[in-house]
Design a protein around this ligand. Structure first.
Ligand code: FES
Length: 168
């Protein structure tokens, strides 16, 4: 990510996020920073949580599935458990103008989840991505890695409800 682009806020006021940010800054917020950033997160927090994956993904503009893939590929990383299912919503520009922000708001209302959070029953983790490289399909969501796009906001909600086959 170029330095003049707006960066996303860390998940909390915890000062340890400043150390995580310093690592990403050292690499100019480029996608090359994923491994080093995950190292820093593990050093300062002890493990890699869903919210830290979402933060790295948004800050470095790398799809959450890729960050998750890197984190799980190396045995060295100690993952905090993600939910059984992962729902990602792309909030990159192309998807945002087609209503993905409304989908994010709806998920907050409907399932009580902020990006990076997991339901208490560990069934569902929710993430946002900056662009998953499928802008032609905007708005795009990913249901456990399956790319779903070109739906209206209402159709998107219906699709998510069908996918989430358990009672809240
Ligand atoms: S902005 Fe959503 S896929 Fe590119």
């Amino acid at each position: 990510m170029a330095l003049n682009q707006k960066r996303i806020a860390p998940p909390s006021d915890d000062r340890r996020w400043k150390l995580v940010d310093a690592t990403m800054r050292r690499y100019g917020y480029s996608s090359q920073a994923v491994i080093e950033t995950l190292h820093t997160i593990q050093e300062v927090f002890g493990n890699i949580s869903a919210e830290s994956l979402a933060y790295v993904s948004g800050s470095l503009n790398v799809p959450p599935s890729k960050v998750y893939g890197v984190a799980t590929f190396y045995n060295h990383f100690n993952m905090a458990p993600l939910g059984e299912h992962v729902l990602s919503v792309c909030t990159g520009t192309a998807c945002y103008v087609k209503g993905s922000g409304q989908v994010v708001d709806w998920i907050k209302e409907e399932y009580g989840l902020e990006p990076g959070q997991t339901t208490p029953d560990n069934k569902l983790s929710f993430m946002v991505a900056r662009c998953v490289g499928a802008c032609g399909l905007a708005p795009v969501i990913m249901l456990d890695g399956e790319v779903v796009g070109r739906l209206s906001v209402d159709e998107m909600k219906k699709r998510i409800k069908e996918w989430i086959s358990y009672d809240k």
